[in-house]
Design a protein around this ligand. Structure first.
Ligand code: ATP
Ligand code: MG
Length: 331
């Protein structure tokens, strides 16, 4: 049996990057594996400056979009992190296994901390400990595989290290997980800044395609994507990042390889047009289903309630065992 777990943060509206790098794969492949779990990891959204009402709203929206993207509660467990206490319980124990040096080495911590400081804010302690909570999310379920975009590899590595260390010191409690990535689309770049990853919380809004963008908005953003100087439409991630990003998005939509699209297009305009239409078609069924689900919020609530109940039952015994193993009387 292969246990699959992954999550998404309600820090902003879901993007094309989230969809191609993670959610589409969850719906197409991962949910068909035994006991897959997919989580809206709302506690992670508190690690940066946030508006409480917005986080609650975005959590519901993210859960609705996961279902709209094809996650089927008959096949997998969809739930919200804060509704299952085991995540926070295990996170504390793992903080007693991780070192502060390990946490400070995380690239995402460095980037997000720098951004908070640039904005004149302070860096929350939870931003530093975030990957430890993420390790708890993963390890609580005896996860084998974590399907994520490229950017999460380092965090999954930390979860591996903590699992191995805990097992060695305190006895076998955790499965050692590994990250998996889609072949194409594991790192969608910002359309206006093709050397930076497209992220929900980026400042460069016009460079981000959101799952719920209207078709005309999608077209406009893609037609205005930054491309590189040069004429031929060839795939070269290093020398031609803007073009490479468009070719990857198109290939991901069509289920092909970006290399195979090298030399196929005569002009940037033609490539952009096809890419825009492919993305519009990709998003159309998700948006349609999202609209239907929004008309039935009670259904979504019920899916999340049942999902949390199931997840709790799956996590509890392992977290209790870890508590006992590390020397606590509780558990
Ligand atoms: P934030 O800016 O708040 O970190 P995010 O867009 O990076 O938001 P996450 O909730 O951190 O979204 O990540 C959810 C999933 O989407 C993860 O598996 C992550 O690797 C994947 N993902 C995020 N951005 C991209 C991207 N640009 N391309 C491919 N996958 C991505
Ligand atoms: Mg992220």
């Amino acid at each position: 049996m292969t246990r699959v777990f992954s999550g998404i943060k309600p820090t902003g509206h879901l993007t094309l990057g989230n969809y191609l790098g993670a959610v589409r794969q969850w719906a197409r492949v991962d949910q068909h594996r035994t006991d897959a779990l997919f989580c809206v990891v709302d506690m992670h959204a508190l690690t940066v400056d946030h508006d409480p009402a917005r986080v609650r709203r975005l959590s519901r929206q993210a859960a609705t979009l996961l279902l709209a993207s094809g996650l089927d509660p008959e096949l997998c467990t969809v739930f919200v992190q804060s509704q299952v206490d085991e995540h926070a319980r295990l996170s504390y124990v793992l903080e007693c296994v991780a070192t502060d040096g390990e946490a400070r080495r995380m690239i995402q911590y460095k980037e997000k901390a720098a951004r908070e400081r640039d904005r004149g804010g302070s860096v929350r302690l939870s931003l530093l400990t975030y990957p430890v909570l993420m390790a708890a999310d993963i390890l609580a379920y005896g996860t084998d595989e974590v399907p994520v975009g490229d950017d999460q590899t380092q965090h999954v590595e930390l979860a591996r290290d903590l699992a191995v260390r805990f097992n060695q010191r305190y006895g076998q409690a955790f499965v050692v997980p590994r990250a998996t990535h889609p072949k194409v689309g594991a790192r969608v770049m910002n359309l206006q800044e093709p050397t930076s990853k497209m992220g929900k919380t980026d400042d460069v809004g016009p460079g981000i395609v959101y799952l719920l963008d209207e078709p005309d908005v999608v077209r406009k953003k893609i037609m205005r994507a930054v491309t590189d100087s040069g004429r031929e439409v060839v795939y070269d991630r290093v020398a031609r990042p803007g073009l490479a990003n468009l070719l990857e998005i198109l290939a991901a939509c069509e289920g092909g390889n970006p290399e195979d699209l090298s030399g196929v297009y005569e002009s940037y305009g033609a490539l952009k047009k096809d890419t825009a239409e492919a993305v519009v078609e990709l998003l159309r069924p998700v948006q349609q289903r999202h609209k239907e689900l929004c008309a039935d919020p009670a259904y979504v609530e019920e899916v999340l309630r049942l999902g949390a109940e199931k997840a709790r039952g799956m996590a509890r015994p392992r977290v209790d065992a870890a508590y006992r193993a590390i020397g606590l009387l509780a558990g």
